[in-house]
Design a protein around this ligand. Structure first.
Ligand SMILES: O=C[C@H](O)[C@H](O)[C@H](O)COP(=O)(O)O
Length: 250
């Protein structure tokens, strides 16, 4: 691992540990676990605290896809499902880009639909990320585009719609060497990444995309996060809250 990669991994771990220490409720019954490389550290911290007797072994964990299901099982935690537990005390998840209002772009790992479902069911949604995701405006740092989950037969029509709507690019996500053809989501759909440049009105854009026939869900998470923790390269953590407060944790 290069020193840059080590710094990024350290920042993710720090953000995740701080978020769990600050937001895992003492009396939690049901907790959502998001997807991606940063939530791995959330699960690491939860397992550590459970073994230390600081987190009850009765807590049920709700995954947001195949990867987080494996994380829960391999961590020896109790696995639940969102259709059995539609009320979740808190959900922890990563993000690809977060703006000052805590609106997020998510879905870089193609898990956005179940992530949004779990976040919507959660009383509190806490984002964990490294410093690269801390942004002043969506679409300025995550240049791959807004991930959009689409029913496979509609992909060509939705790409056309997105370009007509002003997308600079609208690309069907491919599996590359690991998978010939399109990436297939945990819900058997495909992903279109649509880059709009700087997104000045994320609320309006999310609504417009969601209305397109064939769109299952949009990777714009608007007004959902309660708090967002960013691990920094210098070992500090920046915490941002939905009420506008920002704090630096050394
Ligand atoms: O579909 C994937 C998710 O939205 C991830 O939470 C997001 O891509 C962030 O992942 P990572 O923590 O690996 O940067």
């Amino acid at each position: 691992m290069s020193s840059v990669e080590a710094t990024i991994e350290g920042a993710k771990r720090l953000a995740a540990f701080t978020a769990i220490d600050s937001h895992f409720p003492k009396d939690a019954k049901v907790v959502g676990i998001g997807s991606g490389s940063t939530v791995i550290y959330c699960v690491e911290r939860i397992v550590e605290k459970k073994l230390a007797g600081e987190i009850s072994s009765d807590v049920i964990y709700i995954p947001t896809g195949f990867q987080s299901k494996e994380l829960i099982i391999n961590g020896g935690l109790n696995l639940g499902a969102v259709d059995g537990y539609p009320v979740i005390d808190v959900a922890f998840d990563g993000a690809d880009e977060v703006d000052p209002a805590l609106n997020c772009i998510k879905g870089g790992g193609a898990c956005l639909f179940q992530e949004k479902l779990v976040a919507e069911c959660a009383k509190k949604f806490v984002v964990v990320a490294d410093f690269r995701k801390n942004s002043t405006a969506l679409g300025t740092q995550w240049l791959q585009g807004v991930p959009i989950e689409v029913v496979p037969t509609a992909h060509a029509k939705v790409r056309q719609d997105l370009l007509a709507m002003g997308a600079i690019t609208a690309t069907l996500r491919l599996g590359g060497k690991a998978k010939a053809g399109a990436v297939i989501t945990d819900n058997c759909n495909v992903i279109i990444d649509a880059h709009f440049g700087k997104i000045s009105d994320p609320v309006a854009l999310a609504q417009k995309i969601k209305l397109l026939v064939g769109v299952v869900e949009v990777g714009l998470f608007i007004n959902m996060a309660t708090a967002s923790y960013f691990g920094n390269a210098d070992g500090s953590v920046t915490a941002k809250f939905s009420n506008g407060e920002v704090s630096q944790i050394q």
